[in-house]
Design a protein around this ligand. Structure first.
Ligand code: PFF
Length: 454
């Protein structure tokens, strides 16, 4: 029988970690970023960042979690008990909770859209109504109408709780083992449909043939941000999940598999969206949510079997969102159970009420309360800005410094070689990158974002 607080197999390790990583960042944010950053060159810049920054930071977090076997705060406390490095873990836990409080709102919209797909509302534009206006109306209603988005957010919170209450093995791992293969099958099916549409090759070209004239420093900076977001770096998720990895898990191999699968999902998403868009001559709207919630339903409307494609696509979004929100919640649950000794059940009860309130506030801040702003931003945007641009980069830089400079080099080596029982070919390069390259790259992006917003 599997241990209570461990993933029981290599498949479970990969499915859960990929489940956390593949979320709205890859299925929703990525295609928008491609459109905003010169198409195919963004894809290459993203690949470069995944390799140079994503995998090393991921390995630094894996080694912390697996090496200590503790939650995000506990791992620092265990490894350096007399120093205040645990504050980095504490920032990560707070960041996870704050991110969860607005990310779950967007996840609620995906659930609403799944419901609208089931009822057929998404696949049938009423006679005489212009389709952009119709879908924009549905989107506005899903996001800004006050009660409805709050209700879907609450339902999403309870779905999360259902998984989290069942624990690491029976909850998180089993969910990921079932849902992640389903997600890949849906992606491949939708991709096949899109690629066989007439004129699809124009979209493939746009997405895959590099046009270097579009490349500039901003493309690279945005790609670092996307790599960060899509690989769940800098928020304690990977520390927490890797504390559930068996001692035999090969961290190097796992990080490469996870990153490759996330990259594959990004490619598949691009191959679903761009060929279909070009095929029907629909220009993608890039502002925020519209690409997924307005443009895609319009594309489905042009296809045969609209109902099925819409249903599959929004189910895919819900799966991506759910497996990621669960990982954010688990960071907080692991912290509460690990640090205070409370049971998982009590921890769930402790987090739920403030989460319901905070997420309701961030949802309402996009609708009826949108006139309340701070620094010119709604609560929703403020939470997003503060966590993504400030907290996450700071945690990631600190993790690199901690693993690269504070802990002895032998710590990372021990984790990379499973206590010397195997060889790690990438170890020497990894140490260099974790010590110097990754923190520098993240710092450049961090400073740039700060300057941009002044
Ligand atoms: N990596 C997931 C995604 O791309 O959606 C989940 C995630 C967690 C994203 C936390 C961003 C974030 F700040």
């Amino acid at each position: 029988m599997a241990a209570k607080n461990k993933f029981s197999s290599r498949t479970g390790v990969i499915a859960a970690t990929v489940g956390s990583a593949v979320g709205l960042g890859t299925v929703w944010r990525f295609p928008n970023e491609v459109q905003d950053n010169g198409g195919s060159v963004f894809l290459l810049a993203y690949l470069f960042c995944v390799l140079l920054m994503g995998i090393p930071v991921m390995l630094a977090e894996f080694s912390l979690g697996r090496g200590s076997g503790a939650d995000a705060v506990g791992s620092f406390k265990k490894l350096t008990p007399d120093k205040p490095w645990w504050i980095v873990g504490a920032i990560a836990v707070v960041a996870s909770y704050l991110i969860l409080s607005f990310y779950i709102v967007v996840s609620g919209w995906t659930l609403d859209y799944l419901w609208l797909s089931l009822t057929g509302e998404i696949s049938s534009v009423p006679e005489g109504v212009e389709s952009t206006a119709y879908y924009s109306g549905i989107m506005n209603d899903a996001i800004t109408s006050g009660f409805k988005p709050v209700m879907w957010t609450a339902i999403m919170i309870f779905l999360n709780l259902f998984v989290l209450l069942r624990g690491v093995h029976k909850g998180i791992e089993r969910m990921a083992n079932t849902l992640m293969p389903t997600l890949f099958v849906i992606l491949v099916v939708l991709c096949g449909v899109s690629l066989t549409l007439p004129g699809a090759s124009e979209g493939v070209d746009y997405f895959l043939r590099p046009d270097w004239s579009k490349f500039n420093a901003n493309v690279l900076i945005n790609a670092v941000g996307q790599a960060f977001f899509s690989l769940s770096l800098g928020m304690g998720i990977l520390i927490t999940y890797s504390s559930y990895y068996p001692k035999t898990t090969r961290l190097g191999r796992t990080s490469v598999t996870v990153s490759s699968l996330v990259f594959l999902v990004a490619i598949l998403m691009g191959l679903i969206i761009f060929p279909a868009m070009k095929s029907f001559g629909i220009e993608g709207k890039t502002e925020g949510t519209a690409l997924i919630f307005v443009t895609l339903p319009q594309i489905f409307e042009h296809m045969h079997m609209t109902y099925i494609w819409a249903l599959l696509f929004f189910f895919l979004l819900v799966v991506a969102a759910l497996t990621s929100t669960v990982s954010l919640g688990e960071v907080v649950i692991a912290f509460l159970t690990g640090r205070t000794g409370m049971s998982r059940k009590t921890a769930c009860v402790v987090i739920i009420l403030p989460l319901l309130i905070l997420s309701a506030v961030s949802s309402l801040s996009l609708g009826p309360w949108s006139h309340y702003t701070l620094f010119g931003m709604t609560i929703f945007d403020l939470l997003d800005y503060f966590t993504a641009n400030i907290m996450l980069p700071l945690v990631a830089i600190a993790v690199c410094i901690y693993v690269g400079h504070i802990l002895p080099k032998s710590f990372l080596e021990r984790e990379m070689t499973n206590n010397g029982s195997m060889k790690s070919l990438i170890f020497p390069a990894l140490v260099f990158v974790v010590r110097y390259v990754s923190p520098l790259l993240i710092a450049i992006v961090f400073i740039n974002k700060i300057i941009e917003s002044l």
